[in-house]
Design a protein around this ligand. Structure first.
Ligand code: ADP
Length: 489
């Protein structure tokens, strides 16, 4: 059976409330019941004693038929039938059947003789009371005899019978029943409150969750402007909403990037394709002869398309293959200096000075060694170096250095080129992003070189960043963590 979160939460609240109330009720009921039983027993004993005392006192005050009849009594005084009747009937109303006998055992007064019907009725009533309260109660009519004392002398025997071992009269029964009723009402009220609080609390969770579900559905349907604005004051729920908002923004940015990629790709491909098309049409129409120079031109355009496709393949390879590094302990200074050496001719050709500072004084002249994938790391440095060459006009300079710092090994490529606009810096590492400075066909990149460099550096657990002053130059910094070298060397 599937229950909604709201039903589940409400049900949990009700269950907890019910358990608490039942436990408290059971405890209270147990304690109250036993105290009340003790109270009933004690008050019953007191009543019996009271009746016995009253009968003794009645003898002392009497001088009635006992004295006149030759003095049944051993002490002064005598039995008074009216007085005994008053005491006996009052005791009968309280559930006690009284019999009075003199010292010789002769019956002076007997409730069963006086009003047997009422006695039977009273005992039956008490039995019913107890059975209604305690269905398994095993009570029975019980009699106890007590000496009746008048002025310190025994004057007779009072026998008190009742439904034992103890009984509850109507008021006592009503009291204990009303307590139980009260507990029942408390239970019902607690459950009603639990339902209210439970469903209110559940709403506070389910409504924001439903909002998040709706937002994700809309994102899945392709909407890219979905933002959850409402705050819940529940940090976890606000966290989910803000993650969905981040996701929505990231997807929107990705979407924009994808659109720009498509446009850029179309733009990059259109020029060589258009050239190819027009040149081939001219050849087919016989306007041009297929001489080696024209064929070489066509070949150059095909190479351009090929380079673009290769770059795309490279990006897919580096981004998708981050885990597949071929690490080996490598002298980073030697690796970077090799890359610099290979690029010297191109720099010389363009008239850009290239300088390599193997290791700075901070690293005490010792070249750092790290477990890296040398081919991939070389590729990252090559990309930075070719950008530096691309965006530095003739007469400028590029400096490359390797450094060891507590934070890790740094590779720095600084140029005195055109620089990057501050607003472009956070985006230059994105795929196919090209700042305005590179939009001209002269520099001709596809906006992939830095994405590849970042993918390579991040797969090594490192970071890559850029600082720049437009018109004065840029500096790119790769930082590689020291840990992998120590672990694998
Ligand atoms: P591209 O192939 O266009 O150079 P990259 O991913 O290598 O692509 O670089 C992205 C963008 O960053 C470039 O188009 C350029 O605008 C900017 N950029 C990168 N390196 C430099 C640099 N050294 N000087 C100035 N701008 C740079």
């Amino acid at each position: 059976m599937t229950w909604s979160l709201r039903t589940r939460l409400t049900f949990s609240y009700v269950l907890v409330a019910l358990l608490c109330v039942l436990m408290v009720s059971a405890l209270a009921n147990g304690v109250l019941e036993s105290s009340f039983r003790r109270y009933v027993r004690e008050s019953q004993d007191r009543q019996v004693q009271q009746v016995v005392t009253q009968i003794g006192a009645q003898y002392a005050a009497g001088g009635g038929f006992g004295a006149a009849a030759g003095g049944f009594g051993a002490a002064a005084g005598g039995w008074d039938d009216a007085g005994l009747t008053a005491i006996g009937m009052s005791a009968l109303e309280q559930g006690m059947i009284v019999k009075v006998a003199d010292l010789d055992g002769r019956t002076i007064w007997d409730a069963t003789v006086h009003n047997n019907g009422l006695c039977v009725q009273m005992i039956t009533h008490m039995a019913q009371n107890m059975a209604s309260r305690y269905p398994n109660w095993r009570g029975s009519y019980t009699e106890n005899a007590y000496p009746a004392r008048s002025s310190f002398a025994n004057v007779g025997v009072v026998t008190v019978g009742y439904y034992g071992p103890f009984f509850m009269n109507d008021q006592e029964l009503a009291f204990i029943n009303s307590l139980n009723l009260l507990l029942l009402w408390v239970t019902l009220a607690a459950m009603a409150i639990a339902v209210l609080i439970g469903s209110f609390s559940a709403r506070r969770i389910t409504v924001p969750l439903a909002r998040v579900a709706l937002a994700t559905q809309r994102i899945a349907q392709g909407q890219r402007d979905v933002i959850i604005g409402e705050k819940t004051r529940v940090p976890e729920l606000d966290g989910i909403a803000s993650s969905v908002n981040d996701l929505s923004r990231a997807l929107r940015d990705q979407e924009a990037l994808r659109r720009r990629l498509t446009a850029d790709m179309a733009h990059e491909l259109r020029t060589p394709l258009a050239t190819l098309q027009s040149h081939l049409e001219a050849l087919i129409d016989g306007v041009w002869q297929p001489d080696p120079a024209r064929l070489a031109g066509l070949h150059e355009e095909i190479l351009r398309i090929n380079r673009l496709v290769t770059t795309l393949e490279q990006l897919a390879h580096f981004e998708g293959n981050a885990a597949g590094l071929n690490r080996c302990v490598t002298d980073i200074g030697a690796l970077v200096s090799g890359v610099v050496r290979n690029h010297e001719p191109q720099f010389r050709e363009k008239g850009v000075a290239l300088r390599f500072a193997p290791v700075t004084e901070d690293s005490h002249g010792v070249s750092p060694t790290l477990a890296v994938d040398p081919d991939k790391l070389s590729q990252a440095v090559i990309n930075l170096l070719s950008n530096a060459l691309k965006y530095t006009p003739p007469g400028g300079a590029v400096e490359v250095c390797v450094d060891t710092r507590p934070s890790g090994t740094e590779i720095r490529v600084a140029d005195t080129g055109v620089g990057i606009d501050p607003q472009d810096i956070p985006r230059v590492f994105e795929r196919f992003y090209r700042a305005d400075n590179s939009r001209s066909r002269a520099t001709g990149g596809a906006g992939i070189g830095l994405s590849i460099a970042r993918a390579i550096v991040e797969s090594h657990g490192g970071t890559i960043s850029a600082v720049s002053q437009p018109g004065r130059g840029s500096e790119f910094l790769i930082t590689l963590p020291p840990a992998p070298a120590r672990q694998t060397s």
